[in-house]
Design a protein around this ligand. Structure first.
Ligand SMILES: *Cc1c(COP(=O)(O)O)cnc(C)c1O
Length: 376
């Protein structure tokens, strides 16, 4: 059967087209124009970061973070095995040896209790990922990092507007990254951001983002010409994309409310069925306010997960798995990882399935997803 209910769909929320047209009529469609500044000012005010830099993707924001670490050969970066490739690849690309941490079986976040035994004299940074927008145990991670002199970089691709103990995700490490890819809560197609919570990174980050030049200072009138200062690349998104993003950020209350309703409807609709069939629904600790990025279920076995995906597909509903553990990948093995290193990641990856989830998922379609799931 044709897919009637997709897993994801990019949604227009308000003035996206108006702001793209405005960027064009303002005559500044390259980076750091009117709308880029609006987005950055919003993030800096809301999150209290020293600097919010829009980037072309979360992958690129992570690469900028790697460059800011000034990695030397043999330096190590700890990432969860259960994450998107970019969390690890960005640091591997700039010379780090990747060390994989396993995840907690409850939140599926980096297991802070595993960190001490993974830290060596060469460890430079820890990169927690707030899976599904539920905060990692940032107090414990921060304490370990402080004690061992490590930098914490939050990969907050899922967690925009989520909170940990009342504090914004993305405001807790020295740096954090966001994604505005089509699949994320807020989008401009492709895009991202790097938040610098530690002001000592700001000047160099601006240079790295501007092809290794001090062009940002030049535009602010702080220097009278700009020159090649450091290594860098081209990480600025077009102001047309920033306009698209700003339109979505303006609708944040409405988007978050809608997503929370979708999440809560799934949870209420599936709770009894899940309990009766050994299916586990997401765990959100009381000290975390999630960002409602996704709704996943943990099936009892890998075979049941596969059968579920096929059953739903036969009814026109696309459900998908998530994250093949990075420590099992060809690149993971090159970084010295071996099967069995992260047993929880291996188990979860085999059993997790995500249900359709996007801003404009209709009530009617969602009810159909719940109905079909309960008949599986
Ligand atoms: C989506 C995602 C990324 C990559 O985001 P892009 O903007 O596509 O580069 C990185 N990390 C996590 C956890 C993600 O989910």
């Amino acid at each position: 059967m044709d897919i009637r209910i997709p897993f994801n769909k990019p949604c227009f929320e308000g003035k996206e087209l108006v702001y793209i047209a405005e960027a064009i009529s303002r005559g500044h469609i390259s980076g750091d124009g009117f709308f880029t500044k609006k987005c950055a000012a919003f993030f800096e005010a809301e999150f209290g970061c020293s600097k919010a830099l829009l980037t072309t993707s979360c992958t690129h924001a992570l690469e900028m973070a790697a460059l800011l670490l000034d990695l030397k050969p043999g330096d190590e970066v700890i990432v969860p095995s259960f994450t998107f490739v970019s969390t690890a690849n960005a640091f591997a690309l700039h010379g780090a040896k990747i060390v994989f941490a396993d995840i907690r079986p409850d939140t599926l976040n980096m297991d802070e209790a595993q960190l001490e035994k993974l830290i060596t004299s060469r460890t430079r940074a820890i990169v927690p990922v707030h899976y599904a927008g539920v905060g990692c145990e940032m107090d414990a991670i921060g304490q370990i990092a402080d004690r061992r002199g490590l930098v914490v970089i939050e990969d907050n691709a899922h967690g925009l507007f989520g909170k940990y103990k009342g504090r914004h995700l993305g405001a807790l490490g020295q740096m954090s990254t966001l994604s505005f890819h089509e699949t994320k809560n807020f989008t401009c197609g492709e895009g991202g951001a790097l938040f610098l919570n530690d002001p000592s990174y700001v000047q160099r980050a601006e240079i790295i983002r501007e092809k290794g030049t001090d062009r940002s200072r030049f535009f602010r009138g702080q220097v009278d010409k700009y020159t090649w200062r450091d290594i860098g690349s081209s990480y600025l998104p077009s102001d047309m994309l920033a306009g698209f993003l700003y339109a979505q950020l303006e609708e944040r209350q409405h988007i978050m409310e809608h997503r929370s309703k979708i999440w809560n409807r799934y949870h209420a609709g599936l709770m009894d069925w899940a309990a009766a069939h050994g299916v586990r629904l997401p765990a959100v600790p009381t000290h975390c306010e999630q960002s409602f990025h996704m709704f996943y279920m943990l099936m009892p076995t890998a075979a049941m997960r596969q059968a579920f995906i096929e059953y739903m597909k036969a009814h026109g509903i696309l459900c998908v798995f998530h994250y093949l553990p990075l420590h099992l990948s060809a690149m993971g093995q090159k970084h010295g990882a071996a099967p069995g290193d992260c047993p929880v990641s291996e188990d979860i990856s085999n059993r997790l399935v995500r249900l359709p989830f996007f801003n404009k998922l209709s009530n009617e379609h969602q009810e159909l997803v719940v109905e079909k799931a309960k008949h599986f």
